[in-house]
Structures are given as C-alpha cells and as structure tokens.
Design a protein around this ligand. Structure first.
Ligand code: SF4
Length: 324
C-alpha cells in the first residue's frame, strides 16, 4: 500500500540533533523527501552531510529529534524496536562496507537465511538461500563458505541477498558501491538495476559520487550540512543545476571524452565548512560559495520550487529574476 499521494516512503520535517559537550550537532536539520513506489531517489553529498543519518533514522537505528517518517501510509518514527520488527519485511538497509557488515563467523547460508529464521521462524532455509544466491549472481554451491572467502563485490552480493530474504518493498542503499573497485562497481550497479525491475523495488540510493547516483536514480536530492539544497529529476539536475554546491559537485565528475575532460572547468570550493556546532546565520554554504552576495550573509534560503519539480535552496534564481 502506498501513501495517499502515491508515496511509499515520506520524510517530513526530519531533524536529528545530537547533544555534544560544546552544543548541538545538527546532523539532519529539517528535511522533506518523498519516494514514489518503484522510484530510485539518489541522495548525494560530501561525507558528514547527514545523508547516512537520514537512512539510519528511517530504519530505526537513530531516534529522530522531530519530524515524521511515513512508510506505506504508516507513521514509524516513534515505534519501538519490537514494533519495528514486522516492518523489517518491508524496509531493509544495505551498508557501505561489505567487509564489516557480515559476521565473519557465520557461513553465507546462515547470514542470508538468518532473517528468515528470526522473522518467519523458518528452520529449513536452504532452498530459499540457494534461490536468493542465484538471484544476486552467486553460485549456491558456495553457501557453506565464510565471508572472508569472497571478494568485495561478492560480499556486497551476499549483503544484498540477505536484504532480499524477506521480500522488502523499499531498500535503503548506503554507499553500496563506494568500497568496491571501479570495475566491480558497475557490475553491482547493474545487478541493483536488474533486481529493481524484476522485483518491483523502491530504492533510496545514498552516495557521495554524483556519477554513481546518475546511473541509478530517477530523481536526485543534494544534501549539504544536514539540509536538502537541490532536488530535481536526474536529467534536469545534471543539465541545469541550480545550486552552486551542485555545480561544484558536478564539476568534479570526470567526463569519458578525453578532449572534454582536459578542457572542462573544475570548480574548487574554498573556504571553511562551518563547525557542526556553529549557529549558522544566512546561507549555510556562504563561506564556500563562489557566487555569494550580500543577502546570503543574513538570510537563509528556503527550499523552493523554482521550476516544475525542480527545487533549490538558493537566493540566486530570485536575484536573477529581479535583475531582468
Ligand atoms: Fe551561494 Fe547565496 Fe545561493 Fe547560498 S544563497 S548558495 S551563498 S548564492
């Protein structure tokens, strides 16, 4: 079942603030996201921008400070771990590090079959484990082996097979290919694409690399210091980025054509990122923004729809309009 407006997962006004000795770290500071059934939403930003905290909060690993998380029409942000348990069948998370996220003392069969044992009480999981291994391109005859006997790409496939065991509707993929060699990244991304189509999955795909997000996403949200600064469909955000931060991230993506690659302009971000506990006045990106002007010092831009489906948190579009 989807929410009333077709969304399978909705995040509204989400804040995650952590008290620290010198103040409060605003890891996530009021974000809204909506993911439609069957969609892949890319969530991109530098490390520390809060994107992983968003995913960890959605699956209940981190408690939100405020805001709502609605999964298939049901509010889940205040559920206890016991109440979240049945929802594991609908919502799964795949972590970045396939080396750290698999228990080294368990066989692959136990790792993949464990959710079936815990959530469904199944004792004989062998046939389903073999099926899941085939689904992710692993040879089922290797199911009695241990994680260290597999390559990084194979371990990420094991993590995926485990996440698929309960037939979820939504998978949160937290940097799922960042720890892999470039040649293996493409294979895992193709597998994710294929699984999405075959199983009708919905993804939140988190990455710091805009090239990876482009390959996978229908829409892309760009995050900076705990806030969404731009959101649009994939083609729009790559062809017509609105926010100077998105422009800078895009300028760092290599172009396959060597002639274009040699001549293209790279935007180097200078200036300091504000300390996570600093009270920010004006635009949070101001200290690094090559286009900052007076208004940016005093007024924080709100995320607004500047063109149909294209949202940005920057004063520039309004400033340019008033100049015309
Ligand atoms: Fe740059 Fe100003 Fe836009 Fe912020 S509001 S991104 S400082 S131009």
């Amino acid at each position: 079942m989807s929410g009333a407006n077709g969304a399978i997962l909705e995040i509204q006004g989400l804040k995650v603030h952590f008290p620290v000795p010198r103040g409060v770290v605003k890891a996530v500071d009021g974000i809204d996201l909506r993911i439609e059934k069957g969609e892949t939403l890319g969530l991109v930003g530098e490390s520390g921008c809060g994107k992983s905290t968003v995913a960890r909060t959605v699956v209940g690993l981190v408690k939100p400070t405020s805001g709502r998380i609605v999964l298939e029409g049901r509010e889940i942000q205040d559920l206890s771990p016991q109440e979240m348990r049945p929802l594991r069948a609908e919502l799964q998370m795949v972590f970045q590090d396939p080396y750290a996220s698999l228990n080294p003392r368990m066989t692959v069969a136990s790792i993949i079959g464990e959710p079936l044992l815990i959530h469904r009480g199944l004792r004989d999981t062998d046939a389903r484990v073999c099926e899941l291994m085939s689904l992710v391109g692993l040879d089922p005859s290797m199911r009695r082996r241990y994680p260290h006997e597999f390559s990084g790409g194979q371990r990420q496939r094991i993590g995926l097979a485990r996440s698929l065991a309960l037939e979820p509707d939504v998978i949160l993929l937290d940097e799922p290919v960042s720890a892999l060699d470039v040649s293996v990244q493409a294979q895992v991304m193709n597998l994710l694409d294929d699984l999405k189509k075959r199983l009708g999955l919905t993804y939140l795909f988190i990455a710091h690399n805009l090239a990876v997000v482009r390959h996978m996403s229908d829409r892309v949200a760009v995050m900076y210091l705990g806030r969404i600064v731009e959101l649009a469909d994939r083609d729009t955000i790559y062809a017509e980025p609105m926010h100077p931060y998105t422009e800078a991230l895009l300028s760092a993506v290599p172009v396959p054509d060597p002639v274009v690659e040699d001549t293209r302009e790279r935007i180097r971000l200078e200036g300091e990122i504000p300390s996570p506990t600093e009270e920010i006045i004006g635009c949070p990106f101001r200290a690094r923004c090559p286009k900052a002007f007076d208004r940016c010092k005093t007024e924080a831009p709100k995320l607004k729809e500047h063109a149909p489906g294209h949202f940005g948190a920057c004063h520039l579009p309004e400033e340019n309009q008033s100049d015309e």
